[in-house]
Design a protein around this ligand. Sequence first.
Ligand code: FES
Length: 145
Amino acid sequence: MNRRKFITTGCIACTGLGFLSTVIQSCAAVKYSTGVLNENGILIDVKDFETKNGVRNYVIVRHDDLQFPICVYKIDEINYSALLMRCTHQGAELQVAGDQLTCPAHGSEFDKWGKVTQSPAAENLRSFPVSIAGNQLFIDLRKKV
Ligand code: FES
């Protein structure tokens, strides 16, 4: 193998490894919780926001009895934002990308409080009150914020 081919092959391999590492880290960063559903809402563990190195920004709650997942953002130590991941434009399931939720159908975007930041959606996301009960968060599904 000549020097040029060695360098080219090595660069491609390193780039591929870097990309793979990024993909694995981003997948590992997303935390899913099923929570515990009762007649009024759903409970999740506050520890779901903890990581080995600190705190994660959000947890996605997926439960078989919920039609859409709920994204719970940690705003600060006592404030959380719980958002139904259903686009208000035509009802597609949203994807979470850091501090925003994006719609794969037509490109609407929402911030971590559920406010529309990019049309075509015109209405903010449905959000639910969140209260802290010991080591758990209670997401009240009876009320909209
Ligand atoms: S359904 Fe989300 S932008 Fe159309």
